[in-house]
Design a protein around this ligand. Structure first.
Ligand code: SF4
Length: 288
């Protein structure tokens, strides 16, 4: 049925071990909470995605099943525990992401920056990617996070410009999100940037190509295209299920527009194959 997908999660000994450490430290991974089908693959390769700043979002995007409400105060010890987990698990590549925290004066930017710094202090060789909210388009806050030692800065535009007001929370904005990605490159052109578009929300293909052009115009290196799957009946219905051949066609187009790495697959997630994408993009961007 359109919009309903059954996803199998494979539980391996590595998945059990990582899960024990993560829960023992009172942490949350997106990998487990979203029942990501790629979990065994990612954790087996020493990569994981941690969610910081709680599980309640101040926004209400219409494609997203994250709880909406008033979040709890920040846990100041969380960055240290994340760094400890990265060390204990011997991870090679870590993604840090969060809900949007419009309730915090800095949107949680300093919490992100502290988390990245502590990880890099404990495990200097680990690669760290952040997938941040838009910080209401405040370039200073984006740069605060970018300056903490991140290797990859991701921020998702999620959909095409026309659908943004219908799909995302009114406080989000298509141009605001482009500005976030632009601010990272202004701070340091050698930081790899990345963004994702969900397909199947009612967009036309020419609008997807326009969004790709807009992302390239602010220097985005890595593009992820995936199929929108309705999480529960409360979210928007699926307007179209793309075929693999559609993904291949759009992937080719994206490559021709100059993205260093394109991941286009129905089940692609922003953090899937993140290390491979980083290595490829870094080689092409040609920075030390
Ligand atoms: S801001 Fe992010 S976490 Fe919050 S509702 Fe929108 S997509 Fe979901």
């Amino acid at each position: 049925m359109v919009g309903k997908a059954r996803i199998r999660v494979r539980i391996t000994p590595t998945v059990e071990r990582v899960s024990r450490v993560v829960h023992g430290l009172g942490l949350h991974t997106v990998c487990e909470e979203s029942l990501c089908p790629n979990i065994a693959d990612c954790w087996g390769r020493g990569t994981a995605t941690f969610m910081i700043m709680g599980d309640v979002c101040t926004r209400g995007c219409r494609f997203c099943a994250v709880k909406r409400g008033t979040p709890k105060p920040l846990d100041p010890a969380e960055p240290e525990r994340i760094a400890k987990a990265v060390e204990l698990l011997g991870l090679r590549y870590v993604t840090i992401t969060s809900v949007t925290r419009d309730d915090l004066p800095d949107g949680g930017a300093s919490h992100y920056a502290r988390t990245v710094r502590l990880i890099k202090e404990r495990v200097p060789h680990v690669r760290v990617e952040v997938l941040t909210p838009d910080f209401q388009g405040d370039a200073g806050l984006v740069k605060l996070v970018a300056s903490s030692g991140v290797d990859v800065y991701a921020h998702n535009i999620e959909t095409v410009e026309r659908l943004t007001p219908h799909v995302r929370d009114p406080r989000a904005g298509y141009k605001q999100s482009l500005r976030v990605l632009e601010a990272v490159k202004e701070y340091d052109p050698c930081i790899i940037t990345k963004s994702s578009i969900l397909l199947g929300l009612g967009e036309e293909e020419h609008e997807v190509i326009e969004a790709m052009r807009d992302l390239r115009s602010v220097g985005v290196d890595i593009l992820v295209l995936s199929q929108y799957l309705r999480p529960t009946p409360r979210q928007l219905p699926v307007a179209r299920l793309y075929k693999l051949s559609d993904f291949r066609r759009l992937e080719e187009k994206a490559r021709s527009l100059g993205f260093s790495y394109v991941l286009a697959h129905p089940l692609a997630r922003t953090s899937y194959k993140a290390e491979e994408a980083y290595e490829e993009a870094k080689r092409k961007v040609n920075c030390k």
